[in-house]
Design a protein around this ligand. Structure first.
Ligand code: PEP
Ligand code: MG
Length: 538
């Protein structure tokens, strides 16, 4: 068994034969020509043909992956019409008296190098696009065909790199997975793979001897397993079967409302820990993000993330969710989530210690950095802010005062933000439950964190494996608390949801709906199972 480690750009499992894609040779010869005008005219003609080809590809992609996935082929058409790009080609033909193929290939290489050296990751990824359009132009000029997949059975496509046009041109029924040595998670090929629902890996160091071998693409672990042993194969076959069950359900329930037969609607959102989870939110058709655990941004770094770094992340999530609700929870560290650079003192009982909002109120400079990033990002989508581990109205008032300072500063600096960003609190302590009538007067929504609420209600450390069997989120005390919170929320006209793990427990979905819970936020893969239950209810 040979395991190659790489990076996953879209999760999923594929089992099948490897087909290493041999690209059509687009290397070009430098040929001296006399008639530079005629050569320039050839470029013009070839460009028109290439634009027409791209228009066809665009139409094919719209059918297969929708308008946003197909947009890249519109971009390619525009790139082909870019005057700087065309000027460079004409200039090389005229000054060096060389053939059009050579001028196009040289321009393509120069532009790709220029993009690759840019700081911005998005622009870096455009290097592949400019190479793609240049290769296309060369193929049109030299009359050679497109590199295509020749396979009689579905295969794992392995290649040096894949251009978006190659990806979309392939017969989808023949592709089990994409595996490349190069490429980035930001590339359009990765985006297309995600939209097409095809597992994809990058950074895999394959060699040609692997062609035709049986392999497993582990899109979760980011690995390509070649010639696996029987036990591993069985494990992945089982996982794949489960995945297929999920997909079938996904197909059936995607785009449908989360509502009971009598028309009662529930908001069904998803929980995420990072920007890369957003794809899963969208493929699982969640209506929004109900909990973005922002502390993971801090946990992944060895120093405080800057306002700008955070702003970019929140902004991108908001933009990718395109107007759907994105509830971002402010920093919730402490307890099991310790961060060295916060230099927190050792505590005997960290779960009941210095954590979450307590740290933020104690260290307003850290809190303000995050709030500035959040408010700045608010103009790019539908962001709400949620505060964790609340135990008193005083805390909420302190938060509000800090929020006002942040807004005042942003206004003074002329930085745009949304004035009416929804702000809510997590209800995850018994204290918050008992004063939920008072808290409801202060905030826009409640989200019940049943993981901590169970821990603090039952006095059972959620980290203690020994007590796992009595850590019971179904405990009547917890369920009554949920009921009380929902009632108090509704009395003040605000909504209440659940974002702890209990929200995904389908044995309780019906009970939650009957209690009047307005929203459930669950791991992306649980969105459709929960939707299914709700739709089966009367
Ligand atoms: C919870 O406590 O239920 C919750 C959602 O927050 P976390 O699990 O991140 O503590
Ligand atoms: Mg919690």
């Amino acid at each position: 068994m040979n395991v190659l480690e790489g990076k996953s750009v879209f999760s999923g499992i594929a089992i099948g034969k490897i087909s290493i894609l041999q690209k059509v040779d687009t290397s070009v010869k430098r040929v001296h020509i006399e008639d530079v005008e005629a050569e320039t005219a050839r470029v013009e003609q070839a460009k028109d043909t290439a634009v027409a080809q791209l228009q066809k590809l665009y139409e094919k992609a719209v059918q297969e992956v929708g308008e946003s996935g197909a947009a890249i082929f519109e971009v390619h058409q525009m790139m082909l019409d870019d005057e700087d790009y065309l000027d460079s080609i004409r200039n090389i033909i005229h000054t060096e008296s060389v053939n059009a193929e050579y001028a196009v290939a040289t321009t393509g290489d120069n532009f790709a190098t220029m993009f690759a050296e840019m700081d911005d990751d998005y622009m870096k990824a455009r290097a592949a696009d400019v190479k793609d359009i240049s290769d296309r132009l060369v193929r049109v000029l030299s009359g050679s065909g497109d590199g295509d997949l020749e396979a009689s059975e579905p295969v794992i496509v392995v290649a040096e790199d894949l251009a978006p046009s190659e990806t979309v041109q392939m017969d989808k029924s023949k592709v089990l997975a994409f595996v490349t040595r190069k490429g980035s998670s930001n590339s359009h090929t990765a985006i297309l793979a995600r939209t097409m629902n095809i597992p994809a890996l990058i950074n895999i160091e394959y060699d040609d001897s692997m062609n035709g071998k049986m392999a497993i693409v582990d899109g979760k672990g980011g690995r390509l397993i070649i010639d696996s042993d029987a036990e591993t194969l069985k494990k992945f076959e089982d996982m794949k079967e489960e995945e297929q069950r999920q997909r079938a359900m996904l197909k059936e329930l995607k785009g449908k409302a989360t509502e009971t037969k009598s028309g009662h609607k529930l908001h069904l959102y998803a929980n995420i820990g990072s920007l890369s989870d957003v794809a899963s939110v969208l493929t699982n058709d969640a209506e929004g993000i109900g909990l973005f655990r922002s502390e993971f941004i801090y946990l992944e770094k060895d120093n405080y993330p800057t306002e700008e770094e955070q702003f970019q992340i929140y902004k991108t999530v908001a933009q990718n969710m395109a107007g759907k609700k994105v509830i971002i929870r402010t920093l919730d560290i402490g307890a099991d989530k310790q961060i060295d650079y916060f230099q927190m003192a050792h505590e005997e009982n960290p779960a009941m210690g210095y954590r979450a909002i307590r740290i933020c109120l104690d260290r307003p400079e850290v809190f303000k950095t995050q709030l500035r990033a959040l408010f700045r990002a608010s103009v790019f989508g539908n962001i709400s802010i949620m505060y964790p581990m609340i135990i008193s109205v005083t805390e909420v008032k302190q938060i509000k005062a800090i929020v006002e300072e942040v807004k005042k500063e942003l206004t003074e600096q002329g930085i745009p933000f949304k004035e009416d960003v929804e702000q809510g609190v997590m209800i995850e302590t018994p204290a918050a439950v008992m004063i939920s009538d008072l808290l409801a007067k202060e905030v826009d929504f409640f989200s019940i964190g049943t993981n901590d609420l169970t821990q603090y209600t039952l006095a059972i450390d959620r980290q203690n494996a020994k007590l796992d069997n009595i850590y019971d989120s179904h405990h009547e005390a917890v369920l009554r608390m949920i009921q009380m919170v929902v009632e108090n929320a509704h009395k003040e006209g605000i909504w209440a949801g659940i974002c702890g793990e209990l929200g995904a427990d389908t044995t309780l979905t019906e009970r939650f709906v009957k209690m009047g819970v307005d929203e459930l936020s669950v791991s992306p893969t649980f969105v459709l199972p929960v939707r299914k239950i709700v739709r089966e209810m009367n």
